[in-house]
Design a protein around this ligand. Sequence first.
Ligand SMILES: C[S@@+](CC[C@H](N)C(=O)[O-])C[C@H]1O[C@@H](n2cnc3c(N)ncnc32)[C@H](O)[C@@H]1O
Length: 197
Amino acid sequence: MAPFYRALSPLFLITPQARRKGVAALALHPGDTVLEVGAGSGRNLPYLVDAVGPTGTVIGVDLSTGMLAEARKLIARRGWRNVELIHADAARMGVPGEVDAVLFSLSYSAMPEAARLPAATRAWEALRPGGRLAVMDLGLTETPLRPVLDPIAKGLVRLGPGHPYVRPWDDLARFGEVATDRFLHLFYVCTVTKPAA
Ligand SMILES: C[S@@+](CC[C@H](N)C(=O)[O-])C[C@H]1O[C@@H](n2cnc3c(N)ncnc32)[C@H](O)[C@@H]1O
């Protein structure tokens, strides 16, 4: 799906607003290093590069060579020199050094169940004290629209995007207090901050 991911985004109701909210939840500063887990074709890179500035670093990890190839094209087109891509299973990834923030954008729900918590744990270990880990995703778990949207969601699950009933906030609760912001009925951003050392 990688070459068509961008074109298919409207079908999955993925809006720039959702991406901006996910990145804003990280509270990034110029010079920061941010890790995006399941970075895909790089659709968040413009927002992340903008937030960390030319002195910061963006690290994207993804398991799909097709998605990473699309991300590489974008990086070349934009001429970014501070974006590093890593081909790895997030459940087993090694992150070079400590990072200031971690983003899972529409990726936590796309990972197989067995990979989710190991991926979050690896990311948490790489996060510096005081840094934030945010999961922005699309889900039906808490919306009153669920009875109406259930049949559509079941069809979408078969097409391959994220599972709409994943509850990242339950997994993240083992790391600390989780703040969850829900918007447009379908999206959420849940954030947990690593306690300062
Ligand atoms: C729906 S895409 C989201 C891409 C991007 N973050 C975005 O917001 O557009 C989900 C991504 O998660 C990646 N992914 C799924 N399981 C993974 C895993 N175990 N390790 C690394 N990446 C994974 C997929 O390859 C895919 O690129």
